[in-house]
Each structure stands twice: as C-alpha cells, then as structure tokens.
Design a protein around this ligand. Structure first.
Ligand code: CTP
Length: 407
C-alpha cells in the first residue's frame, strides 16, 4: 500500500519516526511529507533513511512530475502525525500552501490524523470545530492521549503512541474503522472517552402477537450502531443492547441481543449502573399485545376483522433517569413526524422534561426519512430545552457530533 505520512511541526515529530518505521516494516511504500517546521524537530536525512524514499517539503522540487498531485493521487492512505493545532486548522479549511497541504487536497485517500498539542489548544473552540469538520468529512482522529505534555503540565493533548496510530491507520485503510463504515471498532486507550463505559440501545423492539407475528416499528438500528462504534473509536468501553437490528452487529463492542421492550428494559436496568453514559437510541414499542396466542392465529377463526388489544409498556428511559447514579449522563432520542420546526422543538422540550434526560436528540421521521436512511438530521436539546447542537450527515458523523457533547 502507498502511504503518505505528513509530519507537522511539533515535538512529537520524534515519535512519528516510529510510525514511519512500523509502516515500512509492515511492507508499505511510505512517502514522508514533513512541513518546514517539522524539519526543525527531526531532520530530512532521518525521514529519508527511515522511509527509504526521497523527501522534500517543497512543491517546487520535481516540478516535472507535479509532485503533490503524484503523491496525492497515488496514496492509498494519508496519516498526519503529529498534527499540530495549526495543521488541523489548515486541513479543515483546505489551505494548500505547502507540499503537505497540496498533497492532501489532491488525494481521495482516507485521512488519519493524530493530534498533538497543549490541552488548552486542544480544547479551544476553534480546534474543537476544526476536528468536527474533519470528522464530518470522514477523517479519523486518533487520540490525543491524556498524559504528561512537553512542559511541566499534563492533560489531553499528548500524541498517541506510534503502534496505536499505525493500528488505527491500517484499520481505516482496510475499511474496518468506525469512521469509514459500520464494520467494526477497536476500543482505544487514549480517545476522549477512554476509560468511560457507554451503554447504547439500538434497533426496534418487537412485541409478539403469536409465535410468528409481532407489533414492531421501522427502526433499523443504524444510528445506535454508529453511536456504539464511534464511542468505541473514542476509547469507551461499549455495551450495545441490540433489538432486532437490520444491520450487522458491530465487532469491538459487547453486544447483548434483546427482542421485546420488557427484555430491553430488564437488560438496560441491569447494565445501566455499570455505565457512565447511557444513550437510549432504540425505538421502544409503547404498547404490547395483552394476550400472546400460543399457536398461530388462523383467519378462519377470526373473520374479516381482527382486533388486537394492547397494553402500555413501561417507559424504560424514565426508569433509567429515576435510578440515575451520581455523575451518570443519560441521553434520549425523540423521533417525531411533526414537520414544523417550532412544534417539533416544543414536543422535544416537553419530552426532555418528562423523561429527565441530560440531552435529547430530536430527529424527524417519516415514510422515507429517519429510520432506514443512511443519513440523519438532528437537533440536540439539553435538560433546560436549549438547542446545543444541530447536525446533518451520515449517521457516523451525527454520532460523532452527539459524542462531542457527551465528551
Ligand atoms: N423510550 C423508552 N421506553 C418507552 C418508550 C420510549 O425508553 N416505552 C425511550 C426511547 O428509547 C427514546 C425516548 O424514550 O430514547 C423517546 O421515545 P419516543 O418514542 O420518541 O417517545 P415516547 O415516550 O413514545 O413519547 P410519545 O408517545 O409522546 O412520542
């Protein structure tokens, strides 16, 4: 595989030598593109020797082969390690004023970014917004880790270890990352949810009528699965309560299969105390048949009309918030068919209060929107009813937006 490793100007550049080395030893063709500032930390001969390829920082070298276009087009994967706050800002804005910037713009390869900076810079709203932009475009962010920084201070901002960056990059290239697909996730020890336990419910419950039929809903489980994968990619320990998913259950998270609302309720109440965050994305049937026939209901016994008597299911989310342990964050979803934004918000605000959640994710559903779709459009409100985020895009990018708030 052709890999471009972009190195930007931070002290962690010395650790990027390990990234290049591991990729070369794994048999990949690696081209290092340092910025001018990166060369103040680690010199050009080191990059050439380790990568076994010529290295330049300038778009004006090898002009005949238009080096940036060549590198960008040939790349199967681009890894930027370390990515400084300035580099992240430039990437998010498509600024192409050096060989690395032009190479990234000229490429369609997946982009993996390992940030490294001081905590204040990492938490600055400008950096937070730039990271969000890069994630929304499908970029994968590895780390940063929480630990000792270059000075006397410590906190989140330290570049992830080379092994972890390489593992994440190769997973992305093979299409198995949370950012690129829903195929799998590996829990990282360094993301912003590292050490947190996250419980996600996904899918739709089915309430049996007889041994072959049920009352159900059209929830596919895609948004919940995307949330579980994104939380795992940010380092959380994830449990997914999966109710009749239309999509494959993800790997890399603990999956507990449930069928009915009562099964989901029992599992959620049992699991919740062990989790720091609960995200209730499942569509729970509000009613279940009063009687469940033990044998298949036959038309000849029923005539032209069949009436089903239904009784109300317990509200799981309300039970979870009533039993909330100190410090636990609980997030609900509200799927509404209401098309008027103000009316939808009013329903959401009432629901957030009724359910006692910290955040409520509102999305519109209809015959064609929401459930089965690949994309989603959400408004997130907090317990006081204020709008704290709005997002539109793939269910993976929407999941990341929600987890930004959780984080
Ligand atoms: N929910 C739940 N238990 C139920 C019904 C819903 O835990 N019996 C949860 C859902 O998982 C979701 C939130 O409550 O996170 C809102 O679900 P929604 O169906 O929108 O709300 P309802 O409680 O059904 O309210 P309404 O009938 O007014 O839409």
């Amino acid at each position: 595989m052709n890999v471009v490793v972009g190195v930007t100007g931070g002290i962690a550049a010395y650790k990027a030598v390990g990234v290049v080395r591991a990729l070369v030893l794994a048999g990949h063709e690696v081209h290092v593109v340092p910025t001018e500032a990166a060369l103040r930390f680690v010199g050009l001969p080191t990059w050439e020797a380790i990568s076994r390829n010529p290295v330049t920082t300038s778009v004006f070298d090898d002009v005949s082969e238009v080096r940036h276009v060549g590198l960008g087009q040939r790349a199967d994967l681009i890894v930027i390690a370390p990515a400084t706050a300035a580099a992240i800002a430039k990437l998010a804005n498509g600024i192409a004023d050096d060989l690395l910037g032009t190479t990234v713009l000229a490429s369609r390869a997946p982009l993996v970014i390992a940030p490294a900076m001081h905590t204040e810079m990492w938490q600055n709203p400008a950096t937070v917004a730039n990271i969000r932009t890069l994630r929304e475009r499908g970029g994968t962010i590895v780390g940063p880790a929480d630990g000792q920084l270059t000075g006397a201070d410590s906190g989140p901002g330290r570049m992830s270890e080379p092994d972890e960056i390489v593992a994440a990059a190769l997973a992305v290239a093979s299409g198995s990352s949370a950012a690129g697909s829903t195929a799998g996730a590996s829990s990282s020890s360094t993301g912003d949810l590292a050490g947190r336990r996250v419980l996600v419910t996904a899918g739709g419950t089915r309430e049996p009528i007889d041994p072959v039929r049920f009352v159900g809903n059209r929830s596919s489980g895609r948004q919940g699965v995307a949330l579980a994968l994104a939380a795992a990619a940010r380092g959380a320990d994830v449990t997914l309560l999966a109710a009749n998913l239309d999509v494959a259950a993800p790997t890399g998270v603990r999956v507990v299969a449930v069928g009915t609302a009562e099964e989901l309720r029992r599992a959620a109440l049992a699991e919740s105390p062990d989790h720091d965050v609960v995200i209730m994305a499942a569509a729970v049937a509000d009613y279940r048949p009063v009687e469940v026939a033990t044998a298949k209901i036959k038309k000849d016994d029923q005539g032209d009309e069949l009436a089903l008597r239904l009784s109300r299911n317990p509200d799981i989310l309300r039970e979870l918030t009533a039993a909330r342990r100190a410090g636990q964050t609980i997030i609900g979803f509200a799927a509404e068919t209401e098309t008027n934004r103000d009316a939808q918000l009013a329903l959401g605000r009432a629901k957030a209060e009724r359910k006692g959640v910290d955040l409520l994710v509102l999305n519109r559903v209809g015959w064609t929107e929401g459930f089965a779709a690949e994309t989603n459009e959400i408004i997130v409100i907090d317990a006081a009813g204020g709008i704290v985020a709005e997002a539109t895009g793939s269910k993976a990018s929407v999941a990341d937006r929600i987890l930004d708030l959780v984080s």
